[in-house]
Design a protein around this ligand. Structure first.
Ligand code: AHR
Length: 503
């Protein structure tokens, strides 16, 4: 059996883990909001129409900040439609997803749902089809205590206290030709800078995210970041990254190495941001908000799911309802490892998305809610990864991939919380055929034992949880783990994700 070796030392910190890295994303898209989190009439719905079974699952998932309301949706969104008496709210076309938006759930209702799930709101403003003034109006409506027409409107709409939204995205994926109001880097950089300055003039305490690239494979990648930051560096706190991965042409080996792409994406954006910092002689550091990441079978959406037709604008259609396999969850867990390995610069991230739409949680109208395979790596990592991410010394055998060349068979990250003395190790085995023995040198952690072990694997790497079989896949305890003489040993099955908690 091939073997890998890694050394953990709590003195070698990459950076503190910001809880915002365990963020999520709720877009008005498909059955995410309607028939997802909100379904009045469902037996589990509360007085406001929110499904309590979904609330419980979102709490269990352990999501910090939640980005809202889009996504591509936000670039055609008029925020004013979504507040005030419900019966007066207009039905609007959502051009991004070729659907009808009823505006039954808006800012106030969503904020109330966030209180139930225990998460913080992160808002995106529309810089696609709208501009600085509308962004300012929304900020005033949301964050000003009172004394003006807009803040009074919020109070009249039933919310006395300001929403106090801290994080704001300056538009969404403005580099993408599919985006309503798509712009050049130069044009976007200018409007982002102007809007950011204006928003800070109103509320200096906010944190701002400027749009980076929609993927590291956009033709403008790299140059987009340089030009946008050259305009907006002094005005923003974060630059965004978005990345989605899928298995293509049955090439499981490359798919399992997707985190190699994410590592490179992060490191290139860090280098570009630091280049702009150096050119400007700035002493401020712009960090990354990886505010869309996941496995997404985008090609299926483009070829099968897409809605068309002038007379066809459904409400809450089934869109982007990917059903995730064990292999998908292993890649997903590896993407979380990549985010944590860069904890010094990735200080915010949003899993895209949460319910029904490329989501860890699925629901059936009038029926149950269940956990997809990807639910487990998220909930376990969010719970166990505390304190700081550690620099690892990893020696692992390699394999050849079509997409990324020669890559390690194992990827891993460790975390350590000095306040509790607890550590955690997260590992993946990317081999499609062989189990791997891993030895972890834990001597510098002192006299520790294994508190928890979880491995997600299956004889069928394509096993899934479905409505018919909602508990087909779940992580199990890894009974191969041993600690002896400062060395931890564990066997990782092929195509597997593992989390170990030590203390
Ligand atoms: O998450 C689905 C979509 O992916 C988002 O709306 C968009 O920002 C991205 O292209």
């Amino acid at each position: 059996m091939p073997s890998a070796h890694l050394t953990i030392d709590p003195h070698f910190e990459v950076g503190r883990i910001d809880r915002r890295v365990f963020g999520g994303f709720v877009e008005h898209l498909g059955r995410h909001v309607y028939d997802g989190i909100y379904e009045p009439g469902h037996p589990a719905a509360d007085a406001e129409g929110f499904r309590t079974d979904v609330v419980e699952l979102v709490r269990e998932l352990g999501v910090s900040t939640i980005r809202y309301p889009g996504g591509n949706f936000v670039s055609g969104f008029r925020w004013e439609d979504s507040v005030g008496p419900r019966e007066e709210r207009p039905r609007r076309l959502d051009l991004a997803w070729h659907s009808t938006e009823t505006n039954e759930v808006g800012l106030h209702e969503f904020s109330s749902w966030l209180d139930k799930v225990g998460s913080e709101l992160m808002l995106a403003v529309n810089l696609g089809t709208r501009g600085t003034l509308e962004a300012l109006d929304l900020l005033e409506y949301a964050n000003l205590a009172g004394g003006t027409a807009l803040s009074q409107r919020r109070i009249d709409n039933g919310r006395t206290d300001a929403f106090g939204v801290r994080m704001w995205c300056l538009g969404n994926e403005m580099d993408g030709p599919w985006q309503l109001g798509h712009r050049s880097a130069d044009d976007y950089g200018k409007i982002a800078s102007r809007t950011a300055k204006a928003m800070r003039q109103l509320d200096p305490s906010i944190e701002l995210v400027v749009c980076g690239s929609s993927s590291a494979h956009m033709p403008t990648f790299g140059e987009w970041e340089r030009v946008v930051l050259t305009h907006a560096y002094d005005d923003v706190d974060y630059i965004s990254c978005h990345a989605y991965y899928e298995e293509k042409d049955g090439d499981l080996g490359s798919f399992l190495a997707s985190a190699v792409d994410m590592d490179g994406f992060i490191e290139t954006v860090v280098a570009t941001a630091d280049h702009v910092k150096a050119v400007r002689g700035s002493d401020k550091t712009v960090n990354i908000s990886f505010d869309e990441w996941n496995v997404w079978y985008l090609s299926r959406f483009q070829n099968v799911d897409k809605i068309e037709g002038l007379d066809n604008w459904p409400v809450a259609p089934r869109l982007l309802e990917d059903v995730y396999s064990v292999a998908d969850a292993v890649v997903f867990g590896n993407l979380m490892i990549s985010l944590l390995k860069h904890a010094d610069r990735v200080t915010s991230a949003s899993l895209a998305q949460l319910v029904n739409v490329i989501a860890p949680i699925m629901t059936e109208p009038g029926g149950p809610a269940w956990r997809q395979t990807t639910f487990f790596p998220f909930s376990i990592t969010s719970r166990l990864a505390q304190g700081a991410a550690l620099e690892l010394k990893l020696d692992a055998p390699t394999y050849e991939t079509k997409e990324y060349g020669v890559v390690p068979l194992v990827d891993a990250v460790a975390t350590h919380d000095a306040s509790t003395g607890r550590s955690a190790v997260f590992l993946v085995n990317r081999s499609t055929t062989e189990a791997l023995d891993v030895t972890v040198d834990v001597a510098s952690l002192g006299d520790v034992s294994v508190l928890e072990s979880h491995t997600l694997a299956d004889e069928d790497a394509y096993a899934k949880n479905t409505l018919a079989e909602p508990e087909r896949v779940a992580p199990h305890e890894n009974d191969s783990v041993r600690i002896e003489g400062g060395a931890l040993t564990v066997t990782l099955p092929p195509v597997s994700w593992t989390a170990l908690s030590l203390g």
